[in-house]
Write a protein that binds this ligand. Structure first.
Ligand code: 76R
Length: 288
């Protein structure tokens, strides 16, 4: 079925894709823990296995070039969630291999995983930048256009460095879910004019900012990497904030009309040092 892209009169040639800047490569690993096999071990063996794993996991937690964090998951979708921020896919893969070498890894098995990169969408500045270039008579996709765009992106990336390469927020609860923008026959985010998408994203940001002190959000982009288009990570000390924020956002136009959601995962942060006691059935203490 033919979809007609709305005519964007003055800006007919303006590219449809918003500019984005990318930071850490991220991997979520959801693991089921083989409790019965674990409990079948002698206590001394469990201790030995934990004391091999803890220093490796603690070093990942403190890694200056991208941290890891460990969570005890609620519900049946897994027992543990590992979240890794790294500077490259190579580093992520190295991390997976390092964990797979631990004896403890014989007792966890993946239920799912999610690969993405930290992404800041620059809808607001994109439309301004594209228009300014067109007004200067620079043709989209020409060498000069590409140079101007890559200079802008380099400047933005520098200015946004702390948000692109963040520490993992030290809150007690994490909520992760993947999502898409709808591409239905009636409602299709990707055929909306960029100005309209920028307007809706602006409104989305305003709703989000009301929760600034209570929740930290990290948006990762996964187009080309995983089954959904974005991953949403929320961190808070009160899990009810996830419900309030996400409920309020459902009424936001961009979520009400264009958001499709995957599975939700909620976990409690478990510092590496407390993995041993977690696996003996004790809840992690409240500080990271
Ligand atoms: O990063 C920024 O602060 C700039 C504004 C902003 C962008 C570009 C922003 C703000 N978000 C952006 C992008 Mn968001 N966000 C979600 C969800 O559950 C739902 O209905 C949606 C899931 C939440 C809860 C959330 C929270 N955001 C995105 C994108 C990329 C889309 C694209 O580019 O097309 C997605 C999929 C997405 C989804 N967002 C905020 C928040 C919060 C709390 C904020 C305010 C952050 C702050 O200013 O402190």
């Amino acid at each position: 079925m033919a979809t007609t892209r709305p005519v964007q009169s003055a800006a007919a040639e303006i590219p449809a894709v918003p500019l984005t800047v990318e930071g850490y490569s991220t991997l979520h690993q959801m693991m089921r823990f083989r409790w019965s096999a674990w409990r079948g071990l002698r206590e001394s063996e469990r201790k030995e296995i934990v004391s091999e794993a803890v220093p490796v996991m603690a070093a990942m937690e403190q890694n200056a070039h991208g941290q890891s964090a460990f969570f005890s998951l609620l519900g049946h979708k897994g027992d543990l969630m590992f979240l890794h921020f790294r500077e490259s896919f190579d580093d992520l893969n190295r991390t997976e291999l390092q964990l797979a070498k631990l004896r403890l890894s014989e007792y966890w098995e993946p239920t799912t995983s999610y690969l993405s990169v930290i992404e800041l969408g620059l809808y607001d500045s994109t439309t301004k930048i594209y228009k300014a270039l067109v007004e200067r008579g620079i043709e989209p996709h020409s060498a000069e256009w590409n140079r101007e765009i890559s200079e802008t992106l380099a400047r933005q990336k520098e200015a946004m460095r702390p948000r692109l390469f963040p520490a993992i927020p030290a809150h007690r609860y994490a909520c992760f879910y993947p999502m898409d923008r709808r591409r239905g026959e009636d409602q299709n985010w990707y055929t909306l004019p960029i100005e309209e998408r920028a307007r809706q994203m602006g409104e989305h940001g305003l709703v989000g900012r009301r929760y600034a002190g209570e929740v930290r959000q990290i948006i990762t982009g996964s187009i080309g990497f995983d089954d959904w288009e974005w991953g949403v990570d929320l961190f808070a000390d009160n899990p009810l904030v996830f419900k309030k924020l996400i409920y309020e956002m459902r009424f936001d136009h961009v979520s009400a009309v264009y958001a499709l959601f995957g599975q939700f995962y909620v976990g409690l942060r478990c510092p590496a040092e407390q993995i041993g006691s977690l696996l003996e059935g004790e809840l992690p203490a409240s500080s990271v």
